[in-house]
Design a binder for this molecule. Structure first.
Ligand code: AP5
Length: 218
C-alpha cells in the first residue's frame, strides 16, 4: 500500500511525478486541479462554484475541495494506494484530510514535498502543454515530445495549454500557494511524515528520490 501526498508550488512537478509514480505502482492519482477542470468542462455545480476562484488564481473553498476528495477516496480503486496531488493546500484541509482518511480507513503514509525555487516556476508553467486525450504533461524546452506534435504516451496530436497558465494568473497562483505552504510543511514535519526532494533537477532524478522513499512503504 502506498498512500501519499505530493506537495509543491504550482509548476513544481507534482503532475509530472504523479504520472511516473502511477506508471510504476499503478495506484490511484487524485488531482484536485484535474477534478475541478473536468467539473468545469462538464458544467457541473462544483465546476461552476470553482471557476471564478481558479480563473483568478485563488484557492477553491476548503469545504468544496474536501468533499470532492472524500468522495474520491471512498472509491475502491484507492484501496491499494493513492497519490493526492495538490490536496491539501491549507492546514484546514490537512485537518479535514485526517478525518477523511480515518473515515475511509486509508491512512496517510508519506508526504513528499517537491521543492523548487519560485523564480523557476513561471518559465515552467508558460512552456507547459498537455495531451488532450490522455493528460500527459510536457514542456516546450524541458520535456518535449519525442516526435514533434505527437504524444509519447498515446500518439495523439491534440494538445492544449491551461487557461490558468497565463503569466498574470501564474503569479497570483504562486503568491497564494507560497503563503499557505510553510504552515502546511510544518504540519506534516511535526507528524514525522514529510520528506523533501530537490525538484530543480531532471524529472528522472527527482523520481529516483521519490521512488526510494516509496519503496520503503508496505
Ligand atoms: P492544480 O491543477 O493542482 O495546479 P497547481 O498546483 O498550480 O499545479 P500545476 O498542475 O500547475 O503544476 P504541477 O506541480 O503539477 O507541475 P507539472 O508537473 O505540470 O490546481 C489548479 C487550481 O485548482 C488551483 O490554482 C486552485 O484554484 C484549484 N485547486 C486545486 N487543488 C486545490 C485545493 N486543494 N484547494 C483549493 N483549490 C484547489 O510541471 C509543470 C511544467 O514543468 C510542465 O511543463 C513539466 O513538463 C515541467 N517540469 C516538470 N518537472 C520538471 C523538471 N524536473 N525539470 C524541468 N521541467 C519540469
Amino acid at each position: 500500500m502506498k498512500n501519499i501526498i505530493l506537495m509543491g508550488l504550482p509548476g513544481a512537478g507534482k503532475g509530472t511525478q504523479a504520472e511516473m509514480i502511477v506508471d510504476n505502482y499503478q495506484i490511484a492519482h487524485i488531482s484536485t486541479g484535474d477534478m475541478f477542470r473536468e467539473a468545469m468542462a462538464e458544467g457541473t455545480q462544483v465546476g461552476l462554484e470553482a471557476k471564478s476562484f481558479i480563473d483568478a488564481g485563488n484557492l477553491v473553498p476548503d469545504e468544496v475541495t474536501a468533499k470532492l476528495v472524500e468522495e474520491r477516496l471512498s472509491k475502491a480503486d484507492t484501496n491499494d494506494g493513492y497519490i493526492l496531488d495538490g490536496f491539501p493546500r491549507t492546514t484546514v484541509q490537512a485537518e479535514m484530510l485526517e478525518s477523511i482518511t480515518a473515515n475511509v480507513n486509508k491512512p496517510l503514509q508519506k508526504v513528499i514535498n517537491i521543492e523548487v525555487d519560485p523564480k523557476l516556476l513561471v518559465e515552467r508553467l508558460s512552456g507547459r502543454f498537455i495531451c488532450r486525450d490522455c493528460g500527459a504533461t510536457y514542456h516546450k524546452i524541458f520535456n518535449p515530445t519525442k516526435v514533434e506534435n505527437t504524444c509519447d504516451r498515446c500518439g495523439s496530436h491534440n494538445f492544449y495549454q491551461r487557461e490558468d497558465d497565463k503569466p498574470e494568473v501564474v503569479k497570483k497562483r504562486i503568491e497564494v500557494n507560497l503563503e499557505m505552504n510553510t504552515p502546511l510543511i510544518d504540519f506534516y514535519r511535526e507528524k514525522g511524515l514529510l520528506i523533501s526532494v530537490d525538484g530543480t533537477r531532471s524529472r528522472d532524478e527527482v523520481f529516483a528520490d521519490i521512488n526510494e522513499a516509496l519503496s520503503s512503504l508496505n
